[in-house]
Design a protein around this ligand. Structure first.
Ligand SMILES: [Zn+2]
Ligand SMILES: [Zn+2]
Length: 363
């Protein structure tokens, strides 16, 4: 079985043969059909996030269930599934209150199976799986609770993006911020996640959707996805322009789809008093941002973070699939380029140069 393994930060992924153990109790084996190339993988490759290696990267994917382990219910061979990169035990506090993204029911490491063991080896060495899935691989054995069955009509590259960038962006708007019809929204960063924040705002009925990026090709896409105004942060003073477009007050909501010191401060400056700023993009672990507590209190501003768009995978993934198949959610335009598994490092080169909304590895 071939998989793309990271052995050392700041080196390319190595596409190699690995030995895979079959699914144990509560697990399933999935043949991967498509897997998206995401900035979160890149954070591990470039050392922003320090995780134990070697590891198969990839966490945004879809495929077909081949085999299930003992005790698995609600899932069978032949089912089309989207991988969720968070498990959901169904019993902990967070699962009980509908916030399964924060599930703390499994104490084992996030790169191993729920019992703490691994299913992959090469030359006798254990190989970890990113987010317990590691989808840059021909096949994945993972906890069955991380697989969400979907309609078979869903095309594979589009289904893969339902595993990370689509729910993260749309969910940030609908689940985390609960943006209401008529609201004004700012989106910083128009990559795979940011474009989905833009279309989430459109679906929520926002009246003003101001999209910001450094690249004009991304801003063109943002208009296609529903942005009413676009700002190029190289040429425009983003906060001043947002104020000018919102009667001098600032926007009701602002989303940082990049993650970093400058953009965190920018979304706080871009919202009106009483407004909500949401951190969606994942920064490097070491980043700090100096907010002004005085202004936070004086202006009653809210700063929130959202992981995975705060979605409920079992409910939201099939809904997003329905919206796509009904023509109300744009995903085709996000799939800029496809790669074979052995071309995966080209996918990361395109990601880091900003050439693509999303590259997808197809199998
Ligand atoms: Zn991702
Ligand atoms: Zn739980």
């Amino acid at each position: 079985m071939k998989a793309a393994v990271l052995y050392k930060a700041n080196t390319p992924l190595e596409v190699v043969d690995v030995q895979q153990q079959g699914p144990q109790a509560g697990e399933a084996r999935v043949r991967v059909k498509a897997a998206g190339v995401c900035h979160s993988d890149w954070h591990i490759m470039n050392g922003d996030w320090t995780l134990p290696l070697p590891m198969v990267l990839g966490h945004e994917a879809a495929g077909v269930v081949e085999e299930t382990g003992a005790g698995v219910t609600g899932l069978k061979a032949g089912d089309h599934v989207i991988f969720s990169f968070r498990p959901q035990c169904g019993r902990c506090l967070y699962c009980s209150i509908g916030r399964s993204i924060l599930c703390d029911g499994h104490p084992s490491a996030r790169w191993a199976m729920l019992d703490g063991s691994t299913r992959l080896k090469r030359d006798g060495q254990d190989i970890f799986q990113m987010a317990r899935i590691g989808t840059f691989a021909e096949q994945v054995v993972c906890p069955a609770e991380m697989l969400v069955p979907i309609r078979e009509e869903m095309p594979w590259p589009q289904a893969a993006l339902m595993g990370c960038c689509v729910p993260t962006g749309v969910g940030a708007v609908t689940r985390c911020a609960s943006v209401e019809a008529g609201a004004s929204v700012v989106v910083i960063g128009c990559g795979g996640v940011g474009l989905n924040v833009v279309q989430g705002a459109r679906l929520a009925g926002a009246r003003l959707i101001i999209a910001c990026d450094l690249l004009d090709n991304k801003l063109d896409l943002a208009r296609e996805f529903g942005a009413t105004h676009t700002l190029n942060a190289r040429r425009d003073d983003v906060v001043a322009r947002v104020r000018a477009l919102t009667g001098g007050r600032g926007a009701d909501y602002a989303f940082d789809a990049i993650g970093g010191e400058a953009t965190t401060l920018q979304i706080l400056d871009a919202i009106r008093p009483g407004g909500t700023a949401v951190i969606v993009g994942m920064a490097a672990m070491s980043v700090r941002a100096p907010i002004t507590p005085y202004l936070m209190a004086l202006q009653e501003k809210t700063l929130k973070g959202t992981m995975y768009g705060s979605v409920r995978p079992n409910l939201d993934f099939p809904r997003l699939v329905d919206l796509y198949l009904d023509g109300r959610l744009k995903i085709d335009q996000l799939v800029s380029r496809t790669y074979r598994l052995d071309e995966i490092n080209e996918g990361f080169a395109a990601l880091t140069s900003g050439q693509v909304a999303r590259g997808v590895v197809v199998f």
